[in-house]
Design a protein. Structure first.
Length: 95
């Protein structure tokens, strides 16, 4: 099954938007990783949005999206250093 994914990048931000053809009810969100194409190091993208409305704010550094999954189909990563060449990977998080 094909899903649509679009990336937009500028000097230090990368916006990713995706559309799923099917949403499995077992999914609670997505985890994202960033891979440095020079070193091949893979690091999780941090999420700073609480899992549910009304929950306490997440700290400025965020929490790994492998722990606090991303609950929307659009995401902006602010802070990709201009010296990095990166790529993304996403995975569905099951409940």
């Amino acid at each position: 099954m094909t899903n649509n994914v679009i990336f937009y990048a500028n000097a230090d931000d990368v916006l990713i938007a995706w559309e799923l053809k099917v949403w499995d009810d077992a999914w609670v969100g997505f985890s994202q990783e960033r891979r440095d194409e020079w070193t091949k190091a893979v690091t999780p993208i941090n999420n700073r949005i609480p899992a549910k409305p009304g929950e306490p704010d997440v700290g400025a550094d965020g929490i790994s999206s492998a722990v606090l999954s991303i609950h929307r189909c659009i995401w902006t990563n602010h802070g990709v250093p201009a010296t990095q060449r990166v790529s993304r990977a996403m995975a569905n998080a099951n409940g």
